[in-house]
Each structure stands twice: as C-alpha cells, then as structure tokens.
Ligand binder design. Sequence first.
Ligand SMILES: Cc1cc2nc3c(=O)[nH]c(=O)nc-3n(C[C@H](O)[C@H](O)[C@H](O)COP(=O)(O)OP(=O)(O)OC[C@H]3O[C@@H](n4cnc5c(N)ncnc54)[C@H](O)[C@@H]3O)c2cc1C
Length: 477
Amino acid sequence: MDVDVLIVGGGVSGLSAAWWLAQRGVAAELWERAPTLGGVVGTRRVGGYAMESGASLMLNFRPEVTAFIEQSGLAPEKLALRSDAPRFVVQRGMLAQVPTRLGSQAFTPFWSGCGRLRLLAEPLIPRGGDEAETASAFVTRRLGCEALEKVFEPMLASTFGCDPDLAQARAVLPRLTALEQRFGSIAVGVLVRKLRRQAAPAMEMFSFKGGMQSLIDALARNPGVSVRTECTAAVLVREPDGWAALACTREGERRLRARHVVLSVPAMEAAELLDPNDPELAALIGGLEYAPLAVVHLGFERAAIEHRLDGMGFLVPRAEARALLGCQWSAGVLAERAPGGRVLLSAFLGGARAPQIAQWDEAAIAGAALDQLTALLGLRDAPETTQVVRHTRGLPLYHGNHLRRVRDVRERLRRWPGLHIAANYLDGVSTRDRIVSGYAVAGEICSQLLAASGGRRPEREHVRPVPRRREARGATI
Ligand SMILES: Cc1cc2nc3c(=O)[nH]c(=O)nc-3n(C[C@H](O)[C@H](O)[C@H](O)COP(=O)(O)OP(=O)(O)OC[C@H]3O[C@@H](n4cnc5c(N)ncnc54)[C@H](O)[C@@H]3O)c2cc1C
C-alpha cells in the first residue's frame, strides 16, 4: 500500500479532511485537478482590490471550526462582522432595513399589519409538516407568506442558490425545523432555551485579513499531506485491501494504492469515478442538480456611490424579478478589500432563480449587475474596475427529498469499505459545514485504521479534542 489515505479534490472539503487527518498523524496524498488549491474559494488581488471568487464570509457556530481556527493559527487573521450591522432587502425597488431583533418585529414598518399579526401568531400554529415539506411550505405555515417572500426566500436563494418552493425544509432550515419538532413552535423554542439558559451557540460572521484565501492557505499549510496539483483522478478501482487510483498529470500517469479514498470533487466528477464500481451509487450522486452562479466585482471611488453603505449589503427577493440575488460592499469591516477612498461592490447573480445566466457572456452578466446596482445604490459614475467570476456549477441544489438521497448514498457507501465522501452536495454547502465534514471523515478513517491495526495509534498523532455538541441534522443556517 502506498499511502493510508488518498483525497481527491483540493477544495475546502478535501483540504479540511487532509488537515484533520494530519492532526491525527495519518499520512495522506491529495490530488487536485486545477493548478491551485481552494476549489471555488480564493481571493484575487486586482488593482488594490481583494476579490473573492466564491465564498466571501464564514458564519460559524460549530466547535470544529473554532478549534481549526485556533489550532491552525488563523485566529489573529479574523475580521469579525458586527452581529447588529444593518441588513437590507430590496422592497419595491428600494433598500429596506430588515428588523433582526425578535422584540422589534411588533413595531417595525417593515411588516404589513397582516404580516406582523401572522408572525405574532406563530406560537399558536400547531406542529405539522413531514420530511418532504418544502422550505416555502414550512415558513408559510409557521410564519406566513410575507416572512417567506421578504426574508427567507432571498436568504435561501443567495446562501443555497436554491428555490425554496423545491428545497426540503429539513435540509436547508435544519435549526428552525428542529425547534418546531422539539418545542412545537420556533418562538417558544427560542424562549424556552433562553429561560433554561441553553443559549444557542454563539453565531459569528467573519472573513480574514487576507480574504478567504487565508482559510485556504491555513488548510494547505499542512506538512502531513503530500499535495499534487494539476493531477486529475481518472480511474478508481476497488482492490482486496484498498483502492487503486490513476491520475493524469503533466508528467504522465500517476498510480497509487491507498487503504482509504476520500472523494471531495463535485457530484458529476464523483459519479464518473464511481460508475465502473457501483453504477447505482454513481446514478444517485450524478443525478444531483447544480445552479450556476456569477460574482461581479465592481470597484468605485467612494464619492461615485450615493447610498451610505452602512451594514454589509443587501438581498433581493424574487418578487423584484431580477437576476441579481444580492450584493456585498467593502465599506465598514471589510474596508481592507478596497484601496483608500474606494469601495468594492460584489454582486451575486444566478442560482435556481436565474439559471439563464449560464448562457450569458461576461459582458452581459456585468451589464445586468451594473444596471440593477445603479438604480438601487445611486451609482453616479462608471466603475474603475470590473471583474466577473462565473461558476457554471456553482452550488448543488438541495431540491426534492434531499435527506433521503443523502441516506441512500450513505447506505450504499457501506458496501465499499475504505470509500468516503466529503463534499458540499451531501451535508451542507457552507465553508463551515465543509470543515465539519472534513473533521467527521477524518475521525471515521482514524477509527477504521485504528481497528485494522489492532489499536496501535499513529506516532505523530497530536489531535486536541473538539467539544461535542448535539446538532440538528441537515445543512446550514
Ligand atoms: C459564488 C459562491 C459564493 C459562495 N459564498 C459562500 C459564503 O459566503 N460562505 C460560505 O460559507 N460558503 C459560500 N459558498 C459555498 C462554498 O464556498 C462551497 O460550497 C465550498 O467551498 C465547496 O467546497 P468543496 O471542496 O466541497 O468543493 P469545490 O470547491 O468545488 O472543490 C472541488 C475540487 O475538486 C477538484 N476536482 C474536480 N474533479 C477532480 C478530479 N477528477 N481530480 C482531482 N481534482 C478534481 C476541483 O478542481 C475543485 O478544486 C459559495 C459558493 C459559491 C460558488
């Protein structure tokens, strides 16, 4: 056997699995198709602006992520966002501030009279719904359709790229659906936890001084793993005591035998590798749909933007009929993303709401973003720089009965000892969930290696325990 673990894919999922394995002293080799690591995450510096190609912020409440940030030395790099920073959504072509405090919901003009009454009636709504319930049905049933259209739809459309009419509530809103299941009401659940002093784990939103590239660099600073870029896994075959893999590289073929393989590539690539071994598993994974996403970065002189740019950005509900999902600006805590006197606007377009952007060229995407931002933010001048990042398969869609599909995949994986999946199409799209998933897969592999070696622990193991916490099953938010 050449190596204990082969990891295929060098995005946050694969890098996290490698990082946690190295903490436990397990040797791994990682293959990445692209010339650089990070997958959809990375920060490009253009004319003094720091432009994120994908993820731009982390929203964390998981101890695994906190442990990783501390143990990897990333803590001093963190740029925390104020949790009370104003958030905006578009309402009839204007930016409206979203009331975030529970107590303020009764008085804010953000809600109509009926919408407010419907929110206040939430504790009176009987428990209901089943596993197949969609996110739209769940939110409408508990909080009313105004809450769905003004807040939840734009939030889900931007974080998951999904259509809440098709997405499974328990997959995309696991914490809220768990509160209903446990307490019969979201508001009662929050209140009971407060009274019992079982406060939800602190929620932190942050980026890093070097942008999200700092996260990738910290994950990649890992002497325990041998990383090969421009190394595309092409064949994977089960052998009696492990897996044989073949990759195409610039130098020719690379062959490797590993006890365990972690697949951290997008669903279509995973399905191609799995098909010769298990066509049924390949079909389950390959059948997953993705939504295209585009990020348009626009650099402006501050004086060219009329809006006061407080808070961090805005989301766009579907009622506004725009391809734009939302926009973040660099004013405030993310000021380091733009040179002095300048502001970077980062607009997100596409998702399940506007899949047509996959057919648009860069000029059309940038033009659509600029048109819509001009009206919403009062742009007085042309941007001094424009960059478009396109992701044809941006985010996997948790549409249909996603949790059943995940169970089926996990069930099927049991037939293949030594085969593991850590990827965003199974258990959460956020970078937080990717780090948690890497932690889980590393733990699984270590237990299996330990059992196979008769309990002999690796000499280089220096893992520090991460506090355990009960968590609603599902993805993010
Ligand atoms: C535009 C956008 C904005 C986002 N914003 C946020 C955000 O603000 N916050 C947040 O938490 N999350 C965000 N996300 C989600 C998050 O960034 C991703 O879900 C996560 O980074 C995916 O990581 P991954 O490793 O699972 O997949 P990927 O990043 O897709 O990595 C898979 C890797 O596998 C490689 N690969 C493919 N085939 C092969 C092969 N045959 N052999 C070897 N390598 C192969 C690919 O080159 C790639 O590097 C965003 C995503 C997008 C697209």
